[in-house]
Design a protein around this ligand. Sequence first.
Ligand code: SAH
Length: 216
Amino acid sequence: MGEDGYRHQGMRKQLVAELERKGIRDPKVLEAIGKVPRHLFIDDSAFLQMAYADVAFPIGNGQTISQPYTVAFQSQLLGAVQGRKVLEIGTGSGYQTAVLNHMGARVFTIERQRPLYLRTKERLSRMGSKAKTYYGDGYLGLPKEGPFDRVLVTCGAPYVPQALLDQLKPDGYAVIPLGEGGEQTMTVIRREADGNFTRSTHGDFRFVPMLEQRAG
Ligand code: SAH
């Protein structure tokens, strides 16, 4: 495993300050970003210099590690997750998973690309993460492990997968970037105690597409 030195810690401090300037306020989120060694979630050493810049970039298999601001924004929308069950769709590099772990969540995460799933499963366990990783199709959620307090989709969904709403606890909610094409609208869908669903939107973001079926 790579190292985490003073230089990296210093770079994380600067990243946290930048995210604060951009409007991230939740102290738990800022603390997690300040602690999780993002450079260890990037395989290509050509990108190491950029690990703490507020940008997204490729992690192989045509996928990306989300921009720190996006990770922070989605984590902030999830609210207090200490001890809560969170289902993440799109494990990718595992960085968002690790941030949620640091915030005290019990994370279950699904990835549809097998090579990525295998690589990240190994990385997370090496780092001592307790997150449970699954190879599968996020459109189906994880009926065996549900219901969940929160569902977090980290790819752009063309529509709201019904299975994900079905797997929410009452008063639980899903954070889903909705929309096809270049931009998605960050959407929060809450399952009210009476069983109705309510929605709110939180600005536009760019995600890789949420694709159907496993990629093998
Ligand atoms: N949370 C990740 C973001 C990775 S990008 C991180 O912090 O690095 C989104 C990921 O969603 C990609 O790895 C992509 O393969 C995955 N994905 C796309 N469609 C999916 C689906 N239907 N089910 C599960 N994962 C999916």
